[in-house]
Design a protein around this ligand. Structure first.
Ligand code: DON
Length: 580
């Protein structure tokens, strides 16, 4: 990180514009970028994708300003949970396409004294939700109402979840950790090229309230302009003063429900009043002497990663990175784990999840034994859907060795597109993560079953996989997770395998081209550079349908190294690793 002091507003504006001129990174683009999103109060941060080392603490997120908010709290003596909550609220301001108070997420916590905890603040289906609410009765086909507009939202969990995590494991009051976010909303920040491009490519959002703020004069906010979010600042101030009651009751809740009523949504004050986050026990598994702490349902991430790695473990050592043998084994392991995921997983409050079986090494060995080393196991194909890129993962470490991995989302970019007037935030479109019509693909092309059908009060199955890896001595090695729907699971697994199995540095592990297979569609997707032409030919000959694709997911990771932490933000995207 290069820190520029006393940069004038004009100079900062020029820097932002020069970023744009550099053709700064598209998600999935081959280009690296210098990402300047971060001018505030006479100081600009220039954050590149290079690994950042720091002795005491580290925050890595998709917004350098939000990472800096977390580090500000660390420097004031806050612990990793304090910093994670500060980062989470700051992301709601500076990264509005995924950071949120109108969505939900999962936080995975490992404390230096050995305690582990996970909190699930996933959205839930409103009480008035019905199983077939997105099926057109006339045609029997799915509508797009689970994706865009007022009906697409689950009851938000982010505020309740972050406040609960802070109350149990943080050391500071909510108002203190929210202060940087409130400042960013109230005083504003300079729009960077990433925010500009994301608004430009999500124009559907401009049909909702909020268009005057984000599309002044009908055009996306220009890079270098200052975005002040007065209504959001006020909402955050109310939450800071009253805690979750400031969001789930009173004027913010009333503004949310009024907008729902106006637009045909179904979330009520009763839905908001009843929302509760759930403490979960992280799934604890092992891989070649390392311990993985992963997220249990209502996320599928932990079970699917554990099952995949358990299937791979008997193949020791795995074939080398970039070989046909490795891509094949990885694909076959993912395929099998996703078949189980898509059929068997759902909210444990509603369905019996066979967690013991799916995470058992014996079961995985039986699946591993079925894998041919020379032939793909075919599964029926179907057409995949579109893929938005708007979840966000952040990783936090403090000087004592406490670490936090958090993934949070609105689901699609800017969620449902619905922005709450007077309260100033976007609502999620998480309802699309349900199997809105079991057997029909959702927007990630995931074909899921009855276990994930819609029911009032139920959590929709997630792929979010905030993960902590401990080394053979039980010390933190990695804090990692990703955005990208089902590609979260495959990407997080590959970053971990790259470090543990292929002995890569974190920077290499994050840059290495990725693969993805989710059982259906039966396609092995790969990023540019993942294979040589000869390897691609071998994979085709084994029966794999290959599809080259842009960036598969968006990860942010931290690795413990001698004397401190290395932070690496997603090289395919924007953000910042900020340490101290
Ligand atoms: O919870 C899930 O699995 C999805 N709602 C995540 C969505 C996502 O990652 C979108 N894009 N990057």
């Amino acid at each position: 990180m290069i820190r520029l002091r006393n940069v004038s507003a004009r100079a900062a504006r020029l820097l932002v514009l020069s970023t744009l001129a550099l053709g700064a990174c598209r998600h999935g683009g081959a280009r690296q970028t210098v990402d300047i999103g971060t001018y505030l109060g006479g100081e600009a941060l220039l954050v590149a994708a290079e690994p950042v080392f720091a002795q005491h603490g580290m925050v890595v997120s998709n917004s350098a300003l939000a990472s800096a908010a977390g580090v500000e709290i660390l420097k004031q003596g806050g612990n990793a949970v304090d910093a994670a909550v500060a980062t989470g609220f700051a992301l709601a301001v500076t990264y509005p396409f995924a950071g949120n108070v109108g969505g939900g997420g999962f936080m995975n916590i490992h404390l230096a004294d050995g305690r582990n905890a996970a909190i699930d603040y996933r959205e839930i289906a409103p009480l008035a939700a019905t199983r077939d609410m997105y099926v057109d009765p006339a045609t029997g086909k799915l509508t797009n109402k689970s994706v865009i507009g007022h009906l697409a939202s689950g009851v938000p969990g982010a505020v309740a979840g972050m406040a609960e995590a802070l109350g149990r494991y943080g050391s500071m009051p909510l108002a203190k950790v929210m202060a940087p976010a409130i400042r960013l909303a109230r005083d504003g920040f300079l729009v960077d090229s990433a925010l500009f491009r994301s608004l430009r490519s999500n124009r559907a959002v401009s049909q909702f309230a909020g268009r005057d703020l984000f599309y002044p004069g009908g055009e996306p906010l220009a890079p270098g302009s200052r975005l002040v979010q007065a209504e959001l600042a006020r909402t955050l101030e109310i939450i800071a003063a009253k805690g979750p009651a400031g969001f789930y009751q009173g004027e913010v809740a009333e503004a949310l429900v009024a907008e729902m009523k106006r637009g045909g949504g179904i979330i009520t004050l009763e839905d908001l009043r009843r929302y509760k986050p759930e403490w979960r026990t992280p799934i604890r598994s092992t891989y070649r002497g390392h311990t993985l702490l992963t997220m249990p349902p209502a996320s599928s991430g932990g079970i699917t990663m554990t099952e995949t790695m358990n299937i791979l473990e008997p193949f020791a050592p795995l074939p080398r990175f970039g070989s046909a043998g490795y891509a094949h084994l990885l694909t076959e392991a993912f395929r099998r784990a996703f078949i189980d995921r898509n059929e068997k997983l759902g909210d444990p409050a509603f369905v019996r999840v066979p967690m013991d079986q799916l995470t058992s090494k014996t079961y995985a060995q039986s699946l591993a034994a079925e894998i041919s080393r020379t032939r793909a196991t075919p599964t029926p194909a179907f057409k995949t859907g579109t893929e938005p890129e708007h979840t966000t993962h952040y990783s936090v470490a403090d000087g004592k060795g406490n670490v936090v991995a958090t993934t949070t989302t609105l689901n699609g970019g800017y969620g449902s597109g619905v922005w709450i007037p007077k309260a100033g935030f976007f609502m999620n479109n998480e309802m699309d993560d349900f199997a809105a019509q079991p057997g029909a693909p959702n927007m990630f092309g995931l074909v899921q079953g009855e276990a994930n059908a819609i029911a009032p009060g139920k959590r929709m199955l997630s792929a979010m996989s905030p993960t902590i890896v401990l080394d053979a001595n039980g010390k933190v090695l990695l804090v990692v997770g990703a955005a990208g729907g089902p590609r979260i699971i495959t990407t997080t697994t590959q970053v971990i395998l790259n470090v543990i199995e292929h002995r890569m540095s974190l920077a290499d592990a994050m840059r290495a081209p990725r693969l993805h297979h989710q059982s259906l569609p039966d396609t092995l997707r790969y990023e540019d550079g993942a294979f040589s032409a000869a390897v691609a030919d071998s994979l085709r000959a084994m029966g794999h349908a290959l599809q080259r694709t842009g960036g598969l997911a968006n990860a942010n990771g931290i690795m413990r190294v001698s004397g401190g932490w290395i932070g690496v933000r997603e090289p395919r995207s924007t953000g910042g690793a900020v340490g101290h």
